[in-house]
Design a protein around this ligand. Structure first.
Ligand code: NAD
Length: 342
């Protein structure tokens, strides 16, 4: 069993903790949190040992009658691999702790790419991370792009990509984020930071990205134009994407006609928090004109990086190869939104 510590039990950390807990070859040593809030209480309810970033926080937890197993130093020392899911920038502050303890660590996309020797998307570059001391799972948007472009590049060759990312303003609980009533070029500069981020996992792809933020919390939506080396039919592209376990082909005609409908499908299939781990590509949008592919896809920002974190743990632990890890992760989670077993 790979013993895993989760440092930062928030939006991403709690999901990764539950995903790790469901794997046949992993167990949770404990989770760390800074605030003695309802999420901390829910971690205790789930049976996860709670750790605090420092002695002062430990005392605050105890004052709130939340049992604490120790400080993060102990969690790091007792774990085979740590997932750092603290807020963007805090991972960099934590880096010396992992180095001192020589505990391999998975960072998140909010950290700078220079924090680790590799950036990670299991479909694109799992092997580069095997046995390393650390890696960084790329952001939710970049994960969505890498998952889509890797199989297209393998099957048809990708010459260039132009993508507009219609970004959610914040997660559902982030009531301090916006816009409330606007459409904001974000960033206004082109390319957006997503293009260089994508090249950390797919260095050879010629990609242009533009970002726009809208008053929504449910998912991001990507509008892509991909210039392919080959000239496949739309049906061949559909078949290529259909072969990908973390890409779900969805149809407006079947009622999955919006981000809200996709999240509702996930709720209906019994998914915790209505999480959608897969890229959702609308079949009706897949159009190819002389090697130029256009399509629309949605990615659930809180969920798509979760299976990637699980695979990144196996890669750091040199536990198995990419195909086996992805299969193990998918089977344990029940990846496949529209499959009979979802
Ligand atoms: P979050 O604010 O929801 O959760 C962070 C957690 O870390 C909180 O529970 C907080 O109590 C805890 N924390 C804060 N400081 C800490 C410290 N010093 N030690 C231990 N715990 C501490 O943040 P999030 O949205 O889960 O983001 C985490 C990372 O994942 C960021 O790098 C972010 O960019 C990335 N990410 C976020 C999303 C998303 O949609 N929210 C998607 C992909 C990647």
């Amino acid at each position: 069993m790979i013993e895993v510590g989760i440092n930062g039990y928030g939006t991403i950390g709690k999901r990764v903790a539950e995903a790790v807990d469901s794997q046949p070859d992993m167990c949770i040593v404990g989770v760390s949190k800074r605030t003695p809030d309802h999420e901390a209480a829910s971690a205790v309810d789930r049976g996860f040992e709670l750790y605090a970033p420092d002695a002062e926080t430990e005392a605050t937890f105890s004052a709130h009658e939340l049992p604490v197993a120790g400080t993060v130093e102990t969690l790091i020392a007792d774990s085979d691999v740590v997932v750092d899911a603290t807020p963007a920038g805090v991972g960099a502050e934590n880096a010396p702790r992992y180095e001192r303890a020589e505990t391999p660590v998975v960072y998140q996309g909010g950290e700078d790419a220079t924090i680790a020797p590799t950036s990670f998307c299991a479909r694109s570059n799992y092997e580069e991370t095997v046995g390393r001391a650390s890696t960084r799972v790329v952001s939710c948007n970049t994960t969505g792009l890498a998952r889509l472009l890797s199989p297209l590049d393998d099957r048809f060759g990708v010459e260039s990509v132009d993508c507009t990312l219609i970004r959610r303003g914040g997660d559902p609980t982030q009531s301090d984020r916006g816009p409330i009533n606007d459409i904001v070029p974000d960033p206004v500069t082109v390319p957006s930071h997503h293009a260089p981020d994508l090249r950390t996992v797919l260095p050879s792809v010629d990609v242009m990205t533009k970002g726009v933020t809208v008053p929504a919390t449910l998912m991001h939506l990507h509008s892509l134009t991909v210039r392919l080396d080959d000239t496949p039919t739309a049906a061949a592209v559909e078949s290529c994407l259909d072969d990908e376990s973390r890409i779900e082909l969805v149809a407006s005609a079947h009622g999955q006609d919006s981000c809200a409908a996709l999240r509702e499908s996930a709720h209906d299939r019994g998914r915790q928090r209505g999480d959608v781990w897969e890229n959702c590509v609308w079949t009706e949008s897949i159009t190819v004109d002389e090697g130029q592919l256009s399509l629309l896809q949605a990615v659930h920002q809180q969920a798509d990086v979760v299976p990637e974190n699980v695979d990144a743990i196996r890669a750091l632990a040199a536990a198995t190869d990419a195909r086996t890890s992805r299969q193990l992760t998918n089977d344990a989670l029940g990846v496949g939104l529209n499959s009979p077993l979802a």
